[in-house]
Design a protein around this ligand. Sequence first.
Ligand SMILES: [Zn+2]
Length: 223
Amino acid sequence: MVIDPAVTVAELAALAAELAALGLRPAVAWSTHPHWDHVLWSRSLGEAPRYAAPAAVSVAENERDGIVDGVEKSAPGHELSLVGQLTPLDAAAIPWDGPAARLIVHDGHAPGHGAVFLPDTGVLVAGDMCSDVEIPLPDTVAADPLGDYRTGMERLAAVPGVRQVVPGHGRVGDASEFRRRLALDAAYLKAITSGEPSGDPRLEDCAEWMLITHDEQVRYFQR
Ligand SMILES: [Zn+2]
């Protein structure tokens, strides 16, 4: 199972080569959410069905131009006909013959954001939530960005038996790190919605886009 397969053309090629060297080929794929860096694919990964939650697939279709634009600007060279080619899957788990893969769908960071939990190993693939390097990025074009984000966090927090969290950006964390990130995210959201300085450690020495986004979020929630 391949979930959100990397970003650059070279990374996808390396992933395909690594799998091939192990005698593996993707049987199924999942995109956690409809942002350009999570809906990529390479022909070298084969023709596995690529699923996402129905709301995510709608956005990927309706906002295709913006997604393709993001790919061309930030990770050029992909075969664009493969970008965002997703099949909607409205299910509690991914249908395949491998280890159980439960879906936790919410609208926190994007519509139809679907984390994948592998109960046999306690691995939670969180998509763009629970990052050690990125602040919470609520979907500010939604009707209730904060409510959606908090619901997403609650659903992830309620998953029993998480032993490792894998964020879309950042490092893998263990169970206590998972709880620490949820608490850090809750504190960040509380700060920006109450107009207090967040003091979030992830804003120290971070990329400029994140500082800009943080300022935008502060302004957004002060309105
Ligand atoms: Zn994202």
